[in-house]
Write a protein that binds this ligand. Structure first.
Ligand code: HEC
Ligand code: HEC
Ligand code: HEC
Ligand code: HEC
Ligand code: HEC
Length: 256
């Protein structure tokens, strides 16, 4: 019996050691505070967004840039900051905002009077983006979105893709289009193609040359019907499609 009481006491004592400290501090580290008085962002974003951090560190682009370089540099936003005692509580956003790629890729080089602000960046961060010093983000020209007045986007094959992305509220600005092309995010598209061509060919003013009869007028080009095709691309850039033998213009075997 004495042995039993002894072991119960030991068990309770052990329980006390494990349970009691937990009632004092719920989480380990709960009372270590990040020091916010240095310049820049001192709250480690990667603590919760380790996946994003890992993808960036494996990327060839934006490799040296820290999270706040993009997510705390929108001039229209006032973020929370304690810059050596100069405290700003945050208005448009507290820790971070969603941003447009075009915040930096609009071809601007002057920091004032634009939509990019350096105010919330650490004093030692300069080489993340300016390396060599005069080299800022290259302009994503050809969509009529840069400061270059000759940039009309007139002949851009993907102007509509970009403009529709700007209209779409899923992401900021044209981001849906920029990310679809420039990152390894998988993309699935539902295309609607026309099924057939139609046009009129009329014999006009017949004459015979070395190759035979040659005078046809070709007019009223149109298309008929629609066929839906799904294409998708995976993260390595390989593509696939649903074309099968029921494709209307099927020539035996080419799409199967
Ligand atoms: C304690 C965890 C935590 C920390 C630290 C943290 N985040 Fe987040 N973040 C979240 C959670 C949870 C969400 C999703 C819920 C939400 O949108 O509020 C999120 C969402 C986001 C989004 C997406 C918002 C959207 O609308 O798509 C961005 C961008 C972001 N965080 C950036 C940052 C940056 C930059 C930092 C560092 C300054 C940071 N986060 C620090 C937890 C965290
Ligand atoms: C905060 C500014 C900033 C934002 C926002 C930004 N970038 Fe960049 N980007 C840069 C800088 C600076 C470089 C050049 C240095 C580097 O690669 O890190 C760059 C480089 C690039 C390059 C390589 C250009 C080349 O000449 O090889 C591409 C492509 C690119 N960015 C696309 C994007 C896309 C797509 C987005 C949105 C998802 C985006 N960027 C958002 C600043 C930015
Ligand atoms: C080159 C600029 C750039 C850098 C650097 C960057 N981001 Fe982003 N991030 C973006 C853009 C652009 C989006 C898309 C915003 C939108 O339109 O919704 C985004 C989206 C996000 C989202 C929401 C989507 C998701 O993937 O969950 C989170 C969270 C996020 N970023 C966190 C981070 C963190 C954490 C870091 C640092 C490790 C970081 N970002 C660095 C540009 C950047
Ligand atoms: C996250 C990326 C980023 C970081 C970090 C950064 N800059 Fe910039 N810087 C930019 C961008 C983008 C512009 C162009 C702004 C605009 O007008 O859209 C710019 C513009 C400038 C300009 C004006 C350039 C010119 O040709 O007139 C100066 C000067 C400058 N930065 C200095 C600095 C200094 C100093 C630091 C370090 C404290 C720094 N930058 C850190 C992205 C960055
Ligand atoms: C249809 C696909 C597509 C879309 C949409 C697209 N890009 Fe590009 N982008 C490209 C291609 C292709 C290149 C040239 C790549 C090469 O040189 O190999 C390029 C080049 C670039 C460069 C390098 C230019 C330079 O001066 O170094 C940047 C930066 C860039 N794109 C950013 C963006 C941004 C930001 C968006 C969104 C507004 C965007 N792109 C939309 C395909 C696309």
């Amino acid at each position: 019996l004495a042995g039993k009481i002894f072991s119960i006491t030991v068990a309770l004592f052990a329980l006390g050691i494990i349970v009691l400290p937990n009632t004092v501090t719920l989480f380990v580290g709960q009372h270590y505070w990040y020091n916010l008085t240095e310049t820049g962002n001192n709250v480690p974003c990667e603590k919760c967004h380790a996946d994003v951090h890992s993808e960036l560190s494996l990327s060839g682009i934006h490799l040296r840039m820290s999270c706040e370089g993009c997510h705390r540099t929108d001039n229209a936003v006032k973020y929370a900051v304690d810059w050596s005692g100069d405290v700003e509580p945050g208005r448009g956003a507290h820790a971070a905002s969603t941003v447009e790629c075009m915040l930096c890729h609009d071809g601007r080089t002057i920091a004032s009077g634009t939509n990019f602000t350096h105010y919330y960046l650490s004093a030692s961060s300069c080489s993340q983006c300016h390396n060599p010093p005069s080299n800022i983000a290259g302009a994503a020209g050809g969509f009529n979105l840069t400061v270059d007045s000759d940039d009309t986007g007139e002949l851009a094959a993907h102007l509509k893709f970009v403009n529709e992305a700007i209209e779409d509220s899923l992401m900021e600005g044209a981001n849906e289009a920029c990310i679809a092309c420039h990152t390894a995010a998988a993309v699935k598209l539902n295309w609607t193609h026309a099924r057939t061509y139609e046009f009129n060919v009329v014999l006009e003013d017949p004459y015979i040359n070395d190759y035979g009869l040659h005078s046809w007028t070709f007019s009223d080009t149109a298309y008929n019907g629609s066929a839906n095709v799904i294409t998708w691309g995976n993260t390595t850039g390989s593509g696939s499609t649903t074309y099968t033998s029921d494709w209307p213009g099927n020539i035996d075997g080419i799409y199967s």
